[in-house]
Write a protein that binds this ligand. Structure first.
Ligand code: AMP
Length: 287
């Protein structure tokens, strides 16, 4: 059964989405992503390239079975789609911000009836209603940060990652409404009819995300240092130990370690007299 997927055609989420699909083993033409529509060469799968904002609607309507987009856009669309996997990129938060000159330091300082410019009217409305704050939502489609300076609004609700856009525009963050990242979501009916295909793809992507955080380390160590080396790598399943032909004094070890541990691990092995230490990237890791 053909699996149909929607992927952002441009913007912040496009490149990494395509990279994850490629690394997961989908073979695709170099021009993938510059098209509106493409089929994978080695899987029964079709991909539609659409705006990140449109992904929830295409999934909800059943035009596609699943898709990648920001959690912020899923929640704002408020349509019945099912979360499948967090993708650990596109991290940002939906924040409430006001001009420094207004002197507000929290939501409590905002006067009744303040105008809030945002391209997230639903999430903004829910947030202020939850705080019992009556505000007027001004729906815009982008560049929220300039609206307080041109008299369109008193406050903004917008996505923030580093906060540098806010600082440049002399805005201060008063509160954070939600944290967002890129996610895989699916149509609930498709999860019934094509559950295996959807989960196979999600597991492949998950194995890539795990593998990217790890390295494969190999080394020849002195046999009598083995207990010490085993203590050095208590992770996962400990090192795999192999004999080296014709050598009783040395064994080979293979181990999967966190990327962040490589520096210390190599130096420690070296100081224990290990030889032929090498680290390799891992494509996929299914624990
Ligand atoms: P696009 O408008 O196509 O670049 O995609 C916007 C999506 O990227 C948003 O809906 C978020 O999910 C994500 N994103 C991550 N960081 C930011 C940021 N600092 N500003 C806007 N969007 C961000």
């Amino acid at each position: 059964m053909t699996l149909r997927m929607a992927v952002p055609n441009k913007g912040r989420l496009n490149e990494r989405s395509l990279e994850l699909l490629r690394k997961s083993g989908l073979e695709m033409d170099i021009n993938w992503g510059r098209r509106l529509y493409a089929a994978a060469d080695n899987q029964d799968m079709e991909v539609m390239f659409v705006r990140a904002q449109d992904v929830p609607r295409f999934i909800h309507s059943g035009t596609v079975d699943m898709g990648i987009t920001g959690l912020d856009l899923i929640l704002e669309a408020d349509l019945d789609v099912e979360w499948v996997l967090d993708l650990d990129f596109g991290h940002c938060r939906l924040a409430v911000a006001a001009p420094e000159s207004a002197g507000y330091s929290s939501i409590d300082d905002i006067p009744e009836g303040a105008k809030v410019a945002t391209s997230f009217p639903n999430l903004a409305w829910q947030f202020f209603a939850g705080r019992d704050k009556k505000v007027e939502i001004v729906r815009i489609s982008g560049a929220a940060e300039i609206t307080p300076h041109i008299g369109v609004a008193d406050l903004i609700v917008d996505l923030v990652s580093s906060g540098s856009t806010l600082r440049t525009n002399r805005l201060v963050e008063l509160d954070s409404i939600m944290h967002s990242q890129a996610v895989i979501v699916a149509n609930p009916e498709s999860l019934q009819t094509k559950g295996k295909e959807i989960n196979d793809l999600a597991s492949s992507v998950e194995s890539v995300l795990l593998a990217e955080k790890k390295k494969y380390l190999m080394a020849d160590i002195m046999t009598d240092t083995l207990p010490e080396v085993e203590r050095l790598f208590p992770g996962m399943a400990g090192p795999t130990v192999m004999n080296i032909a014709g050598r009783d004094d040395m064994v080979a070890i293979h181990v999967v370690i966190d990327k962040s541990e490589v520096y210390d691990a190599v130096n420690s092995l070296k100081s224990m007299g290990a030889k032929g230490i090498l680290t390799l990237p891992i494509d996929r890791l299914v624990p």
